[in-house]
Ligand binder design. Structure first.
Ligand SMILES: C[S@@+](CC[C@H](N)C(=O)[O-])C[C@H]1O[C@@H](n2cnc3c(N)ncnc32)[C@H](O)[C@@H]1O
Length: 481
């Protein structure tokens, strides 16, 4: 294989030529093709990776691309569109894995017939179960269950919805079975649960695995949108009891809208790539600190956006995915395994009893000392240390997977903890120096379309909110040795 040339100056010149707001992509349609087939937190809009790939490709022959934190697979799809031979994606969250797989697996035009059959079967089932669907809310109410109860009391609807509904279905001589999903009633009203199970059962019968997975993802998105969660938030908060009482989502309509939009998206993906995906896409569900299935010294380009911080105090990817993972039975995870996903993500290891600082970053050390100045802040300092300790390991692992002279693009956000700024871009540069990485440059961008909490509480005190994270930085490295 030909060696990769050093093209630092050419790249910097290219970046310097661009207007200051080039990387913002304020007015861009970021939903084309199979991008956005399913919601996901903190998606990195595709024009970022599209432009990085096209600029680097002018100067280097890129045969392999890696995103160790693929999330919804945005970077991977761009790799396919750029005809990169080997595209590697990784994420510890099984939902991210499913979305990325569905987004990057090309399906032929038979998808349209499968869609038509699904809609036909669905209408038939809705007709067949019309009475059962119409009577269920009254049944649960008359049996004395409070579907709005806040606490998950024993014997209450929140915890016992599957049992209560299965009893009802037996009484009605109906063969539908509600799966034993923990806290199902807390998140769904009775009729919604029955409808979701009807839709899921039809999808489960589909005889083409790629299409089944694609449609199951439409179902996954439906479970989230039809649940009792508060609108427009990635953290799982339930609606007020008053709203739950009146809530009557049109589940079939929600599902059919998602289904049709996504069939359209697959059709446009197929039209764009000309009926053939030239890339070999390899996805793994590994910890980014390990990446065992990715060969060493094999990657030509890395584009990635790691989390901004630990899941507890920034974006809870696991919590966002919980309802989908339970309903779709992805990877057959137990409830405990699903609940524990956030703890396995970056910064999940707890150091609240203390840590001995061992990372090669003076900037981070200074920030941690400031957080620690206040006696009570050991726990927050521990969280911060835990996150950067993982980031350092990921950088190490990713660099081992890369070829000499390959470039890495890290899109990061700087946050504030206890009023102390954490300049992740500078920390990353310091860490990179000890791993054989040359810092080429750092580009800035203003976030406009990334769906993120625009405010958080760096003090972790209720009511105290500080605006944060409307800038992102793209740190660029080259592997020198
Ligand atoms: C900012 S998101 C990536 C978004 C992605 N670029 C997109 O466009 O959808 C960060 C991702 O890192 C994943 N993640 C966090 N810690 C991880 C770890 N230790 N190993 C693998 N993935 C991890 C999360 O599950 C999440 O999907």
């Amino acid at each position: 294989m030909e060696e990769l040339g050093i093209v630092d100056d050419q790249l910097v010149k290219e970046f310097d030529k661009l207007p200051a707001d080039f990387w913002d992509f304020k007015n861009e349609d970021t939903k084309e093709l199979t991008h956005s087939i399913h919601n996901y937190p903190a998606v990195m809009v595709y024009p970022i990776s599209r432009n990085i790939i096209s600029i680097v490709k002018k100067y280097q022959n890129i045969e392999s691309l890696l995103d160790p934190f693929m999330g919804s697979g945005t970077v991977l799809l761009e790799g396919i569109l750029a005809n990169i031979e080997k595209v590697y994606g990784n994420d510890l969250n099984p939902l991210a894995h499913r979305i990325s797989k569905a987004k990057t697996t090309l399906i032929g035009d038979e998808i349209v017939q499968y869609r038509d059959k699904l809609v036909f079967d669905l209408e038939k089932e809705y007709e067949k179960y019309d009475k059962i669907l119409n009577m269920v809310t009254g049944y649960v109410d008359e049996a004395g269950y409070d579907i709005t109860a806040k606490v998950l009391d024993k014997g209450n609807w929140g915890e016992n919805a599957p049992g209560i509904l299965n009893e009802y279905l037996v009484k009605m001589n109906c063969e539908i079975k509600i799966p034993n999903i923990k806290n199902l009633g807390f998140w769904f009203v009775p009729k919604c649960i029955l409808e979701l199970q009807i839709i899921k059962s039809i999808i489960a019968e589909i005889d083409n695995d790629d299409i089944k997975d694609y449609f199951m993802l439409c179902f996954s998105e439906t479970t989230r949108l039809a649940s009792n969660r508060r609108n427009g938030e990635f953290k799982m908060y339930r609606m007020t009891p008053e709203k739950v009482k009146k809530y009557n989502p049109n589940v079939k309509k929600i599902f059919l809208q998602i289904l049709d939009a996504n069939v359209e998206k697959m059709n446009s993906f197929r039209n764009r790539v000309g009926y053939k995906n030239n890339s070999i896409v390899s996805l793994s569900l590994d910890d980014a600190t390990k990446l065992v299935s990715i060969p060493e010294n094999s990657i030509d380009l890395v584009i990635t956006s790691p989390p901004y911080g630990d899941s507890r105090t920034t974006v809870a990817y696991g919590q966002f995915s919980r309802v989908s993972l339970q309903w779709c039975d992805y990877e057959k995870l137990s409830y405990k395994e699903i609940i524990d996903i956030d703890k396995k993500l970056m910064g999940g290891t707890s150091y609240k009893k203390g840590f001995s600082y061992d990372l090669p970053s003076e900037v981070l050390k200074k920030a941690l000392d400031e957080i620690l100045e206040d006696d009570n802040n050991l726990e927050r300092a521990g969280d911060v240390y835990s996150f950067y300790r993982d980031l350092s390991q990921v950088l190490d692992t990713v660099t081992k997977k890369c070829r000499k002279n390959s470039y890495q693009f890290w899109v990061v956000g700087n946050r504030t903890v206890k009023h102390v700024k954490l300049p992740t871009d500078e920390i990353l540069v310091e860490l990179g120096k000890t791993k054989g990485l040359k810092h080429i440059t750092t580009l800035g961008r203003t976030i406009s379309n990334k769906v993120m909490p625009s405010e958080n509480s760096p003090t972790n005190e209720a009511g105290k909110k500080v605006k944060t994270m409307n800038k992102e930085l793209i740190v660029i490295f080259r592997k020198e040795t």
